[in-house]
Design a protein around this ligand. Structure first.
Ligand code: UTP
Length: 416
């Protein structure tokens, strides 16, 4: 331990982060061990660069943005059945798995616990996790297979998530047979001086590294290997907070398979040209998503000859990947985006600081930044009212909140 401690001190000195060991002697033995592990595993060079980037102006407008082609699920006419049959066959052969990303902090919703455990207020009082599981069970019955379910948690919420599943007997899904958990990566949070924060427990304050962490963690945790052993070829990846997410969709699979692409994504058309959502596009010729803040007014309003918005296909975190594409995307680091957040921490004198305004940088990778790894992908426009009922905010916000999601869910399932 002594040598390790000395080595850690040397690393910290090099990066001006010596304060991380200020309270080391006061920690219990097991926490001392944990802290040294954290220090040994942090990429300090990366953190240094990420901090430097927070001081740089973001360059915009240098990329060549062009529209991406898409198919409308309800304008496929005769092709609908064709795609559906191809996808159905692959699903029946057990080639599809579902992944739910449930590692987010859910700060906007403000629920005390993992977001997936949230009850949106249906008469059944089912949690988001249970609603998602219901849809998998229903699809499994329809196609005569079990759809394995992989759930990504964060270090912060993994224990609470698993306890919730245990308490609810995994909603009838079998653990280690049909349901698997894996934990996403983390990055330390830093203050405005670039110093890494210490959390309430005396250890380094780390936060989940964004939904873009999905590819690397699927590979590193051995999940892609497991999937391959199970004969899975296609993986639907979605968020935990869309209670209408359709994880098993033969048409989407059929489109991907017959077009020979390794990624196929669903979109819903923007509610209006200025809706604040990211939309599918091509960036320097490669598939991508462009944020609303990066789009000019003119681009946002531009239409094609049929009157459809050129940049109107919103990304809704409903994406299908071939396992090979996931492995490719997991092999290369994604860029990190910075968010300025409130973070409780222990200061250098050992006092607990609970800020009432943002005080720390958090770094997150975005799932769609990896889309450029493939040359082509398919985009399938689906109906908002059938597949998109997000729970992002508390009810007071009035949009993308439990109430709006509940109404959409009830309408779709004729529950009134
Ligand atoms: P969001 O970024 O929209 O929401 O994640 P959030 O993190 O849950 O909530 P806020 O932003 O703090 O209010 C979209 C989906 O991606 C998952 C979330 O769990 C959600 O299903 N996600 C997000 C992760 O799994 N890990 C992350 O690090 C971030």
């Amino acid at each position: 331990m002594k040598n390790r401690l000395e080595e850690c001190k040397a690393i910290l000195k090099k990066y001006g982060q010596e304060h991380l060991l200020n309270h080391y002697e006061k920690l219990e033995e097991k926490d001392k061990e944990k802290l040294l592990n954290q220090i040994e595993n942090i990429n300090f060079e990366l953190i240094k660069n990420l901090y430097a980037n927070t001081k740089k102006e973001q360059k915009q407008g240098e990329d060549k943005i062009t529209p991406i082609e898409y198919l409308d699920k309800y304008k496929l006419y005769d092709d609908y059945k064709y795609y559906e049959n191809i996808g159905k066959k692959a699903i029946q052969e057990g080639k599809l798995a579902a992944v739910t990303m449930a590692g987010g902090q859910g700060t906007r919703l403000g629920h005390n616990g993992p977001k997936g455990t949230y009850d949106i207020g249906l008469d059944s009082h089912k949690s988001l996790f249970e609603l998602l599981c219901d849809s998998l069970k229903e699809a499994g019955k329809k196609y005569g297979v079990n759809i394995p379910w992989f759930i990504m948690t964060s270090k912060e919420n993994n224990k609470a998530t698993i306890e919730f599943f245990e308490k609810n007997k995994y909603f009838g899904y079998e653990k280690d047979k049909n349901i698997f958990f894996f934990i996403q990566g983390e990055l330390p949070m830093i203050d405005t001086e670039g110093k890494i924060l210490i959390g309430e427990n005396g250890l380094i304050k780390e936060a989940a590294d964004g939904h873009g962490g999905i590819y690397e963690s699927l590979v590193k945790s051995g999940m892609t290997k497991k999937m391959k052993q199970m004969g899975i070829e296609w993986v639907f990846i979605g968020g935990v907070d869309n209670c209408l997410v359709k994880m098993v969709d033969p048409v989407l699979m059929g489109v991907a398979i017959s077009k020979g692409v390794t990624v196929a994504c669903k979109s819903v058309v923007k509610a209006n040209p200025h809706e604040k959502v990211g939309v599918f596009c091509k960036r320097n010729g490669k598939p991508n998503v462009i944020e609303y803040s990066e789009i000019t007014e003119e681009m946002a309003e531009a239409c094609d000859e049929d009157g459809e918005l050129l940049y109107g296909e919103s990304h809704i975190l409903c994406n299908l990947f071939n396992i090979d594409a996931i492995e490719k995307m997991g092999a290369n680091p994604l860029p990190y985006h910075v968010a300025f957040k409130k973070a409780t921490y222990i200061d250098k004198d050992g006092n607990l600081v609970v800020p009432d305004s943002p005080n720390a940088y958090k770094f997150e990778a975005f799932l769609f930044d990896a889309f450029g790894e493939v040359d082509e992908m398919a985009v399938l426009r689906v109906k908002r009212e059938e597949e998109f009922a997000p729970v992002k905010n508390a009810d007071s916000a009035g949009v993308d909140c439990p109430k709006t999601a509940r109404d959409l869910y009830k309408k779709f399932y004729n529950l009134d």
